[in-house]
Write a protein that binds this ligand. Structure first.
Ligand SMILES: *Cc1c(COP(=O)(O)O)cnc(C)c1O
Length: 384
């Protein structure tokens, strides 16, 4: 064995230590500045971060908030969602996408996704809306939350057409895709409202919880700003709507400003890892498809394999971590078993839950380590 780490050293899915080494002096200074000025809530770094995020993606307005989940909740509050409303969500996503809908008393309706890009299938959405109108006359179809799963934007132009036909508004859950782009624009501008998360392992993560909503509509932005502070009006104790305590901490904003400075470089590094995986694993496992001319933020590099659990066990035995996002479609989770599902069926989501496997992915994954993953996967599936 050479000078480097022994081959048996466990290889994590995500390693945030290298990024911290790179940024530590700048982050220490940023934290010290906040401690010095003492404005821990809604300090100047919050507005500065919002400006910089808007500049990064071209969104007209950015309203930061306490988490990606709160970002979704704020969008539902803007649309005044409540009991009797049917909100369509992908069946194959992180639970937060559906949870906010159920939490405010509305009904999430599960919609199937595409097998190759993992995102919402607009034809299945049309079936789902028709099914609700036919079978659940007391529910009112109102909106759809689209998820840019694993970092690639969904096909928002096609979804927007289907949503317009069905008289639904659209929210883009971009918790995994901030930083990605399409030929028609960057994530943050692909839907009337877009949400993201700054949870530490998302592509742009802070050191705690955080999130943001992006919109091109100034009035919506004003409503979001009011909703995140208890529905505040023009004065502190002027309460004009029912809101939440949903602010981003100044400390997290200060940390994110430093992280945003290196984010374009990190996205390039993630893309290089994905390109290398793609080159070496095509034909060995089913690699993820990126639409022509589109980008991904590569939150996850997710392949599909038969006998997935065996493959994951073999990789674990070699010290290579993998993750299963997601082992069950939402309609099969105990919390959501009784909710309506698309009349078009959910067979793709069911199949994906049995076959997906996410490989280690982060900007600081060295070529030698990538090779270890690639060789491990080839052995685990019996390709060599
Ligand atoms: C992480 C995530 C969320 C929730 O974000 P938090 O900041 O953890 O609240 C919502 N939707 C998707 C698709 C996510 O991946």
């Amino acid at each position: 064995m050479g000078e480097g780490a022994p081959v048996s050293e466990p290889l994590p899915m995500v390693d945030l230590a290298e990024q911290q080494r790179r940024l530590r002096p700048a982050i220490d200074r940023a934290i010290a500045r906040v401690l010095d000025h003492g404005r821990y809530v809604m300090g100047p770094e919050v507005a500065e971060l919002e400006d910089r995020l808007a500049g990064t993606c071209g969104a007209g307005h950015v309203v930061t908030c306490a988490s990606g989940t709160d970002a979704l909740l704020l969008c539902l509050l803007v649309h005044e969602v409540g009991p009797g409303d049917a909100i369509f969500v992908p069946d194959f996503t992180f639970p937060a996408t559906a949870e906010v809908v159920a939490l405010i008393g509305a009904t999430p309706v599960f919609v199937d996704v595409f097998e190759d890009t993992f995102d919402l299938d607009p034809a299945n959405l049309v079936d789902a809306v028709a099914g609700v109108r036919r079978d659940h006359p007391r529910l009112r179809p109102r909106g759809v939350i689209v998820v840019d799963l694993f970092g690639q934007p969904a096909d928002h132009a096609v979804i927007a057409d289907a949503a317009r036909e069905a008289d639904l508004w659209v929210v883009d859950d971009a918790a995994q895709s901030f930083g990605a782009g399409t030929p028609t624009g960057a994530v943050g501008t692909l839907a009337p409202m877009t949400t993201t998360s700054f949870f530490p392992v998302k592509p742009l993560g802070c050191y705690g919880d955080g999130g943001a909503v992006f919109t091109g509509d100034g009035e919506v932005a004003d409503r979001l700003r009011s909703l995140r502070v208890h529905g505040q009006g023009s004065h502190k104790y002027d309460t004009v709507r029912v809101g939440i305590n949903g602010r981003l901490d100044t400390l997290q904003a200060a940390i994110l400003i430093e992280k945003l400075a290196i984010f374009p470089d990190e996205l390039r590094r993630r893309r290089a890892v994905a390109d290398r995986y793609e080159g070496a694993l095509t034909g060995v496992v089913q690699t993820p498809r990126v639409r022509d001319g589109w980008g991904s933020a590569w939150a996850q590099y997710t392949v599909k394999v038969d006998r997935r659990d065996e493959v994951a066990d073999r990789l674990r035995a070699e010290g290579i971590s993998t993750a299963i996002y997601y082992p069950r479609p939402l309609h099969a989770q105990p919390a959501y078993r009784d909710h309506p599902r698309s009349a078009g069926g959910l067979s793709v989501a069911e199949r994906l839950a049995r076959r997906v496997l996410s490989l280690p992915m982060h900007p600081y994954l060295e070529p030698g380590t990538q090779d270890r993953v690639i060789d491990g996967v080839r052995r685990a599936v019996g390709a060599e």
